[in-house]
Design a protein around this ligand. Structure first.
Ligand code: ADP
Length: 147
């Protein structure tokens, strides 16, 4: 069984995240979306709300699961017996960051990171942009996944 974790903050989960998970399902048997909880990082949506929204999005896809974790990503990967970390790449900025984390994670437990390039129509979408739009009362439905 090829199992991957898709770690992130997902505050909130956007159509860009959704696209990475859906494409990841062509590569993996199961994807566990891991909501990393960092008590010093203030978020707009509570962990419970983020879990609820993501579970609702994937309610018809039994191969996608959602969990929160408050440990190192490698410890989370090990705890759910995942051999892969799935991440999305939007820009060169993302690349440098992802490479350093991927190298460290590989050295620590031998986990492989699989990076998927974002689809170009979603490359500008980030949780930060969506949160800003919410704070100005704008309609954000076009940035959210179906369901
Ligand atoms: P983090 O705080 O770990 O960056 P995010 O929730 O912002 O968490 O992102 C989780 C993952 O989703 C990261 O790999 C990020 O690059 C990817 N991602 C974010 N937005 C998009 C997008 N629009 N298209 C593709 N991947 C994305």
């Amino acid at each position: 069984m090829k199992r991957a974790i898709f770690p992130g903050t997902f505050d909130p989960f956007t159509i860009g995240h959704y696209s990475i998970v859906m494409r990841g399902l062509n590569l993996f048997d199961e994807i566990i979306i891991g909501i990393g909880v960092n008590i010093s990082k203030k978020t707009l949506f509570s962990v419970e709300k983020r879990i609820e929204m993501i579970e609702h999005t994937f309610r018809d896809e039994p191969r996608v699961k959602v969990q929160s974790y408050n440990s190192l990503t490698v410890d989370f990967a090990q705890s759910v017996d995942a051999g892969f970390v799935l991440r999305g790449l939007r820009s060169v900025g993302d690349f440098e960051y992802e490479r350093s984390i991927a190298d460290a994670n590989h050295k620590l437990i031998g986990v492989e990171t699989i990076l998927l390039f974002t689809e170009s129509e979603y490359s500008y979408i980030s949780s930060t942009v969506v949160r800003d739009l919410i704070s100005y009362g704008k309609d954000i439905s076009m940035f959210l996944p179906p369901n």
